[in-house]
Design a protein around this ligand. Structure first.
Ligand SMILES: NCc1[nH]cc(CCC(=O)O)c1CC(=O)O
Length: 310
């Protein structure tokens, strides 16, 4: 009998819930008769499962509570922002679908200024992303960049409280939460190269569930997958985790994939940049080759310094 229900394990942040609701709506529309339910979970602190399921290549791996739910059969899928998804998965789980990308750009958000270039000398900008910090500092060494954490709503309230002259957020998150009117201006990749996978949503599930994977296929977007593959391959080859001063952004032009990448010193003193074009089918090799090029420019030394400081 055909499957009648798909259960989505999701975190409870507004953005996570939006993404889960989006996938639910798309699946229910594509498959009449199918019911998709949300299983919101508190994910305070990731847990490590000491079972063979949690071993990858012989080494232990952090398995998040959403993944435990899927491995134990309490949930079927998890929906992720691609830029937050680790490069490795517990055995038996994988990213089976990558959905069409939303706007990948960073957004300039301010109640006083309409764009980055309008900020006066010494203005205070909020961002805890090393990638955003290094690019901001390289372009504008006079700015004072201060940490800004929390979910999108929390960050906006800190701006509104007057703690910052401006903050930088991903445009995609703001658009999804219907906060697009908070975007003062979009920052082009030339000024702030996005993070790998930014703006794209992926679906993780058990790899042995062929029937489920077949149902999920309606959400797959091949051009986005190629772009995200190239960007993630670059990040992986640089051993980049989630919190790194690395930008990776690709676009498709005809039959070609154009990947741009950068590694920067968080203080903005150095920005290493490279770009490469190649056939879309070589997405991963393009990412790896670009990482090699950045390593030749000295990316390894910068990243070692950053990792060493944490
Ligand atoms: N690191 C947090 C995060 N993870 C995903 C998004 C939303 C954008 C996206 O889906 O890439 C955000 C917010 C932000 O960076 O402003």
């Amino acid at each position: 009998m055909a499957r009648q229900e798909i259960r989505i394990a999701t975190r409870k942040s507004p953005l996570a819930l939006w993404q889960a609701e989006f996938v639910k709506a798309e699946l229910e529309q594509a498959h009449p008769g199918l019911t998709v339910t949300l299983l919101p979970m508190s994910t305070k602190g990731d847990i490590i499962l000491d079972t063979p399921l949690a071993k990858v290549g012989g080494k232990g791996l952090f398995v998040k509570e959403l993944e435990v739910a899927m491995l134990e059969g309490r949930a079927d899928i998890a929906v992720h922002s691609m830029k937050d998804v680790p490069m490795e998965f517990p055995e038996g789980l994988g990213l089976t679908v990558i959905c069409e990308r939303e706007d990948p750009r960073d957004a300039f958000v301010s109640n006083k200024y309409s764009k980055l270039d309008d900020l006066p000398q010494g203005a205070i900008v909020g961002s805890s992303s090393l990638r955003r910090q290094c690019q901001l500092r390289a372009a504008r060494p006079d700015l004072e960049i201060r940490d800004l954490r929390g979910n999108v709503g929390t960050r906006l309230s800190k701006l509104d409280a007057g703690d910052y002259d401006a903050i930088i957020l991903a445009a995609a998150g703001l658009k999804r939460l219907e906060l697009e009117d908070r975007i003062a201006s979009l920052i082009e990749p030339e000024q702030s190269l996005p993070a790998n996978g930014q703006g794209a949503v992926g679906i993780e599930c058990r790899l042995d569930d062929a029937e489920l994977i077949e149902l999920l296929k309606v959400l797959e977007h091949a051009p986005t997958r190629a772009r995200v593959l190239a960007e993630r391959a670059m990040n992986t080859a640089l051993h980049g985790g989630c919190q790194v001063p690395i930008g990776a952004y690709s676009e498709i032009e005809g039959n070609e994939l154009w990947l741009r990448g950068l590694v920067g010193d968080p203080d903005g003193s150095t920005i290493l940049y490279a770009e490469r074009r190649g056939p879309i089918t070589d997405a991963e090799q393009i990412g790896q080759a670009l990482a090699d090029e950045l390593k030749q420019q000295g990316a390894g030394e910068i990243l070692e310094r950053v990792y060493g400081e944490r």
